[in-house]
Design a protein around this ligand. Structure first.
Ligand code: PRX
Length: 627
């Protein structure tokens, strides 16, 4: 499965395009199947309908856990680094991870949960979150992890959309010096979630929490005495493994669905090849399991490959800005994978916090989630990587399940700001708005893929038509990412950014419409419009233009976003304005708002055709006053 040279990559790529079925069948046969597949791929992008290894029977956790027990039972699977470095560290071998997962799985089964049930996990980055993810998969339940920074309202929306029967949570979460309650958020959410029968509560912060009789169970009570092997439920390769909610340009977040078979094959294959992971290496992905990166390159990909990894509960700046580098040195991390936002936030503290630590074990650095600016790339390469470690800039999405465009460890050439080349099996095309294909270098187009790969999303939970409309209707016959990209003369891809109303804040996706909807709930707000603007640390910041009354309307707008979505989506700037620029048909002219938020009001061009051209100068004035 591991490509050892650029030449091997080129050959694999060619083969994967000429004979995708033969190529992926060979990769997939490297896994343990309860019943081998005979069908490899059937697909059409009209329905859409994509099926990989459809008649195979497999449970992803057998490949994450059981398959390794013969050869690596005593190898560390997870080094868990707590939020507070003074707290005890915990580590788990593959055998221990297997046993812990079985215990949680048996506990879930004892309460009557099983195949096809949706279980929501709303937890801190403690090992029990990982056990719970794998335990759900073990019994054939469908996990849906909700990042613990989302609000009660957002949590309830996800629980209801998935029709979840259980919620696994904790009393609270420690993030840096802060203690944030979780159980009260769950209690508030569950007021409107009739499908939930059980809530498990893991003690993390030790804060007292209310427990509802009959519904709430202490974690220990649910799992104690549940030892013994829990056999892996035989799953069809196409059975759903998880639902992960992500934002689009319209409506509420969508539940992206991934499956046992294809997701397993692709996350393992992409992990080993992009990172060029070798036996004995120590991998660290800093993402929270609440996002897709934590699913594919913490909970699944590395464990499928039998890797040793670090799982981190805390934040990069606590107790000091050298936290990442201290932990890298402590565990001898060889592969470090993080978001450009984190790099930018640490870069401002200079080189010294990095230089304090011995990072000589590092071999490969990775970035994900947003474009990386040249300055951050060079700092990462020169200071963290000591000029010797290649950087893989990995482009992918919740919907793609795994990395699509990226360099491969030290094998491929790299260029700052460029994700590089497609992985084997990935067939990118750049299309103009009229659907014609861009062949030449330098022209920006819509980034699309013309052939399915094993971990492409199968549907959006409960609404297949939405899946078709969002990803497969803009350019018929293609999966459309929503991103604009260019190819350079060497064929390397550079991601320009979203071409829709999705903004990417610190590598996290939000739809402008969902933020506006939250703002519009605030009492004094009449209407609002949200745009992204360049932000030094976060990549993009959230700027809200709010029309409303009352002296506290800006604060109310922020509070309303925190309540409706969560603190992760709190606007960075709120401009209280007398009106929004509109076309004669009443459509908000976002182009004008973007320019104003970017501080480029001198580039507005002709605004005289607007319905209300007079508001533009008022907007410019407010923007200058609050800059
Ligand atoms: O705009 C692209 C950006 O993040 C979006 C996907 O967000 P999400 O589904 O939350 O997944 C993030 C982690 C995989 C994409 O549509 N994006 C992701 N990776 C990159 C990127 N933009 C530029 N460079 C990247 N390497």
């Amino acid at each position: 499965m591991k490509l050892e040279s650029l030449n091997a990559y080129e050959n694999a790529y060619r083969r994967s395009v000429e004979d995708p079925e033969g190529f992926w069948a060979e990769v997939a046969r490297g896994f343990a199947w309860q019943k081998p597949f005979t069908e490899v791929c059937s697909w059409d992008f009209e329905g859409p309908s994509v099926r990989w290894f459809a008649d195979g029977v497999v449970n992803i956790t057998e490949n994450v856990l059981d398959r390794h027990l013969a050869s690596r039972a005593g190898q560390t699977a997870i080094h868990w680094e707590p939020n507070d470095p003074a707290s005890p560290r915990r580590s788990f071998t593959y055998q221990q991870l297997h046993d812990e997962v079985c215990r949680v799985a048996n506990g879930l089964k004892a309460q009557g949960f099983g195949r096809g049930d949706r279980i929501v996990l709303y937890m801190p980055m403690v090992p029990e979150l990982l056990f719970a993810v794998l335990a759900c998969a073990r019994i054939g339940a469908i996990h849906s992890v909700v990042f613990a920074g989302f609000s009660a309202h957002a949590l309830a929306d996800r629980i209801n959309d998935a029709g979840a029967v259980a919620v696994l949570t904790a009393d609270g979460v420690q993030r840096g010096a802060k203690t944030i309650p979780l159980k009260p958020v769950v209690d508030e959410a569950l007021g409107g979630c009739p499908s939930v029968r059980k809530v498990w509560v893991f003690p993390c912060t030790g804060e007292p929490v209310g427990m509802e009789a009959g519904r709430d169970v202490a974690w220990a009570d649910a799992v104690d005495g549940r030892g013994g092997v829990c056999p892996a439920e035989p799953m069809n390769a196409e059975d759903p493994l998880f639902i992960l909610y992500t934002s689009g340009s319209t409506g509420k977040p969508k539940g992206v669905v991934h499956t046992h078979g294809g997701y397993m094959v692709y996350t393992a294959y992409s992990f080993v090849n992009v990172f060029q992971y070798s036996e004995g290496d120590v991998f660290w992905c800093t993402a929270d399991i609440g996002w897709i990166t934590g699913h594919s390159y913490l909970a699944y990909g590395p464990l499928l490959a039998g890797a040793t990894q670090v799982m981190f509960e805390g934040v990069p700046t606590f107790p000091d800005v050298d936290r990442f580098w201290a932990a890298c040195a402590h565990y001898g991390v060889t592969h470090f994978y993080t978001a450009p936002t984190a790099i930018r936030a640490l870069m401002v503290h200079g080189d010294e916090p990095v230089k304090r630590h011995d990072l000589s074990a590092l071999k490969v650095l990775g970035t994900v989630g947003e474009p990386i600016n040249d300055e951050a790339w060079h700092w990462y390469h020169r200071v963290v990587g000591e000029g010797r470690c290649p950087i893989v800039d990995t482009f992918w999405q919740t919907e793609t399940g795994g990395i699509m465009l990226s360099g491969l460890g030290g094998l491929s050439p790299m260029k700052p700001g460029h994700a590089g080349y497609p992985l084997p099996g990935i067939q990118p095309v750049l299309l103009r708005a009229d659907g014609s294909e861009i062949e030449a270098a330098g022209e920006e187009g819509h980034l699309c893929f013309k052939h399915p790969w094993p971990s492409i999303l199968r549907t959006t939970w409960g609404d297949h038509e939405r899946c078709r409309l969002t990803y497969f209707s803009t350019h018929p016959g293609h999966y459309f990412t929503g991103d604009g990209a260019k190819r350079d003369a060497d064929g390397m891809f550079r991601i320009i950014g979203r071409v829709d109303d999705v903004i990417n804040v610190s590598g996290h996706r939000f739809g402008t419409a969902e933020i506006e909807e939250a703002i519009n709930q605030a009492p004094g707000v009449v209407e609002s419009a949200v745009v992204g603007y360049p932000h030094d640390i976060k990549g993009q910041g959230i700027c809200a233009f709010v029309v409303g009354s009352g002296t506290a309307v800006a604060q109310e707008a922020c509070d309303s976003v925190v309540e409706g979505i969560g603190r992760v989506a709190r606007p960075d700037r709120v401009l209280v304005v007398p009106g929004l620029p509109k076309t004669r048909s009443g459509k908000i002219m976002r182009r004008i708002l973007r320019k104003i938020a970017e501080g480029r009001a001198d580039e507005l061009g002709d605004t005289s055709t607007l319905l209300n051209p007079e508001v533009v100068s008022a907007l410019v004035l407010v923007s200058k006053q609050t800059a």
